[in-house]
Structure formats: C-alpha cells, structure tokens
Design a protein around this ligand. Structure first.
Ligand SMILES: CC(C)(COP(=O)(O)OP(=O)(O)OC[C@H]1O[C@@H](n2cnc3c(N)ncnc32)[C@H](O)[C@@H]1OP(=O)(O)O)[C@@H](O)C(=O)NCCC(=O)NCCS
Length: 187
C-alpha cells in the first residue's frame, strides 16, 4: 500500500515535464511556440513575426534536418502536452570546426523562472559531452540579457568577446542594432 506522499511522488514523476528530441508531429506545436516567442514583450530571441510565414511542412523539414545532421539536435521540453521550451544545437559541416556546435535556448514566456531553461541546458550539454567529436559549445547572447548571461555562466560558459551592433532587432522602435557577447564552454 502506498502512502499519500509516495502516491504524490509517483503522480508528479508521471506528469513531470519531459525533454525529448523533436519529432515530425511537433511541427504545428513548434509554430505556435515561435509565435508566442515573437509576441514576447521584451524580445531577446530575435525571433521575428515573419517566422509565421513558415508552413507546418517547412517546420517538419527542419525537424528532420536536425534529427539527421551530424552533431545537431533539436530538443523540446514538453509540459502539459505543449512545447514549453527548446534547445537547439547546430553542428558545422566543415572539418575545421566540426568539433564546435552553436547552441540556442529559449522557454515559452508563460513557463519562465521554473527551472526549465536550466533543465534544457543541462540536457543539451550532457548530450554534447557524450559525443566524442564535440569539444566546444558556443552561443551569442544580447549584452542586455543579464538573466541568460548569468544562466550560461553558471553552466561554465565564458564571455570571449563582444560583437558590436551584431543583431538587428526587428520589433524595436529605436536603436535596433544591438551588441551581443560571444560565449563558449569547452567540454
Ligand atoms: C533565458 C531563459 C532561456 C531561461 O529559462 P528559464 O526557464 O526562465 O530559466 P530558469 O528558471 O532555469 O532560471 C535560470 C535563469 O534564467 C533567468 N531567468 C529566469 N526567469 C527569467 C525570465 N522570466 N526572463 C528572463 N530570464 C529569466 C535567470 O537568470 C535565472 O537565474 P537566477 O534564478 O539565478 O536569476 C528564458 O528566460 C528565456 O527563454 N528568455 C527569453 C529568450 C532568451 O533570452 N533566450 C536566451 C537567448 S541567448
């Protein structure tokens, strides 16, 4: 016989958010997810509303590309049956940089501050660490994005430089060109 506490633990384990590789069936969910990111009040992702012009088929093709490309992965965090976050790692085709992957991470605005970003980053870095060929994970982060900067530093990323006015943010009314830090972690 289970105690109430044990039953609660089983229920929360069964309903816990799950991180898994994106599959074809996620295409429509991913489009809705990007729509929510693009509508974010403070948009630190650079994801623009013109992404909506992508079709479910195009999104499916992207998912398949990530599933099959060497050193690339698209992981989603599934909460309440909907996509609540993703981490994407993009490998390079060139032998010179094939040990490096480019990482991008984001969480649905309704689910931030609940540990999902940390869980996704941990998952991605564990996967990368277990790939013999990957030795470096790099990313760009807006210099104004202090929360994300702190998160990456906690996971061992270091700032390697600043790219001035490197991004153009579509939805900004003025000073649309913004600086980014280049960060990387060596595995
Ligand atoms: C940055 C982001 C991925 C973190 O995901 P999260 O699930 O909110 O993160 P966690 O709950 O695991 O918290 C980790 C850190 O994220 C930051 N964070 C938490 N809530 C946040 C929010 N609502 N907005 C921005 N950053 C937040 C904090 O630095 C937090 O660390 P702290 O508790 O020491 O301050 C997420 O907030 C997000 O998608 N923001 C918008 C897109 C973005 O900035 N992506 C990174 C681009 S490089």
């Amino acid at each position: 016989m289970f105690s109430t506490k044990e039953l609660r633990a089983v229920v929360s384990w069964l309903t816990a958010p799950m991180i898994r590789q994106a599959v074809d069936e996620d295409a429509a969910g991913l489009l809705a997810y990007f729509q929510a990111l693009a509508a974010d009040e403070v948009n630190n992702t650079g994801i623009r509303s013109d992404i909506f012009q992508q079709t479910v088929e195009e999104q499916g093709a992207l998912i398949r590309r990530y599933a099959h490309a060497p050193n690339s992965r698209l992981f989603v965090l599934d909460a309440d049956g909907k996509i609540a976050g993703l981490v994407k790692m993009t490998g390079s085709g060139s032998p010179k940089t094939s040990h490096t992957v480019d990482l991008s991470l984001n969480v649905h605005p309704d689910y931030r501050g609940a540990g999902f970003g940390s869980a996704l980053l941990r998952h991605a870095l564990t996967w990368a660490y277990n790939q013999e060929s990957i030795r470096r994970v790099e990313l760009d982060v807006l210099t104004r994005n202090e929360g994300a900067l702190r998160l990456y530093q906690r996971f061992g990323f270091q700032v390697e430089g600043r790219r001035r006015k490197a991004y153009y943010l579509f939805d900004e009314s003025d000073d649309a060109y913004v600086d980014v830090y280049v960060m990387a972690a060596l595995l």
